[in-house]
Design a protein around this ligand. Sequence first.
Ligand SMILES: CC(C)(COP(=O)(O)OP(=O)(O)OC[C@H]1O[C@@H](n2cnc3c(N)ncnc32)[C@H](O)[C@@H]1OP(=O)(O)O)[C@@H](O)C(=O)NCCC(=O)NCCS
Length: 412
Amino acid sequence: MIIRQYNPATDKDSCHRVWREVGWVDGSDKDKDMLNIHLDAASAHVAAIDDAVETLVTTMPATVRHLDHTLPMCAVTAVTTSHIARKQGLARRVTVRAIAEDAANGAAVAGLGMFEQGFYNTLGFGTQAYNNTITFDPAQLKINRRARMPQRLTLDDAAAIHQALHDRMPIHGAVNIEPVGFIESELKWAGSNLLALGYRDGPDGALTHFFMGNAKGEHGPYRIYLIAYQTWDQFMELLALIKNLGDQVRLVRMTEPPMIQMQDLLIQPFRFRQLTRKSDFANINTATAYIQLRINDMAACMAATHLPGAESVRFNLTVDDPIVQFLPDDAEWRGAGGAYIITLGPDSAAERGSDPSLPTLEASIGAFTRLWMGVKPASGLAVTDQLSGPPDLIAALDRVLRLPQPSVEWWF
Ligand SMILES: CC(C)(COP(=O)(O)OP(=O)(O)OC[C@H]1O[C@@H](n2cnc3c(N)ncnc32)[C@H](O)[C@@H]1OP(=O)(O)O)[C@@H](O)C(=O)NCCC(=O)NCCS
């Protein structure tokens, strides 16, 4: 068994077999094309046994926003092991290698969508904020405006969709994936179920606002998993467009934008929740946190942190980074663990070392990442995660780190 870079000349078929075995693709040419587009856009690492890929991990360059600043991020876009190679430690080893390489190349943060809580925590990832998935009958939307006739978006519009996502209204925690191939593979994957509608109101007809998802079945449910807009007026036009589908479609499922309370826009949410109970068209909202992030470069992350308010807090931070035990001996990047002096405030910083006159916070890198992103305040994380410190320090962190709810908004 060897762990190495993906080789497009020899590995395509066995990579496709891995994804077929995990159930992410079928044997169709469409799905093979989708995986090939994804692989071409990604940095891919594999574990191979007898020259056949049995574990495939892909990452893509991305950015993550912390308030008004963006940081380079490694987006872990796929972690998969074939049926024969499970529980050999391959997924973990290949993932660690991929993250270590991207971190050495400047990815200050790493992020992923987890399959379950726990596995990536062993690599220092911390769970991010809940996202609300809302399901509603589009006819129930309370919108007093009409939508103009939109344009249909297809695979040919991948670059425009990608650019519109990058130009979307900026929010804390937002992730942007750099390679356009990510969107191309998503469009390919959706195939004939693709539902993608938008408006080109920008200079030279640039796409300004759109939504994209899956339209399955005559009456739905439809799933909208990407939405982008630059103004609230554009957002309301997209909702009006969704409402237009309501003569036929009985249910739409989408992630609630973090600054909006969708219940405000529904006519009788409780009536419909009761009437649709236990049905395929149940109007029920769920909250789940399935994105995880970890800080790779403490100094870069703190330098990009500019908190509102005048107060600063300065403390020693002792960080435990569990990824270290899995790093290859020759990895240049050695994790983010160790002792730091941290300043958090309008201008923040991390220096290596400790100052005996300062209070000390002890945290896993995952818990500290959650604190830094504003997932939960220090006082809450001290109860449920690996984070502890003297009460005065915890109280000061609660005061200084008052951040809006983070949301990646671009699911990967
Ligand atoms: C998830 C997946 C990649 C793991 O592959 P793998 O090569 O078997 O994983 P590894 O051998 O590196 O790690 C498995 C270990 O993690 C442990 N583990 C699994 N889930 C865990 C969890 N939620 N919390 C803690 N540990 C967990 C296992 O118990 C196992 O430990 P053991 O060997 O001591 O029993 C594989 O099951 C898969 O391809 N699943 C389908 C695709 C998928 O969901 N991918 C993840 C996308 S985020």
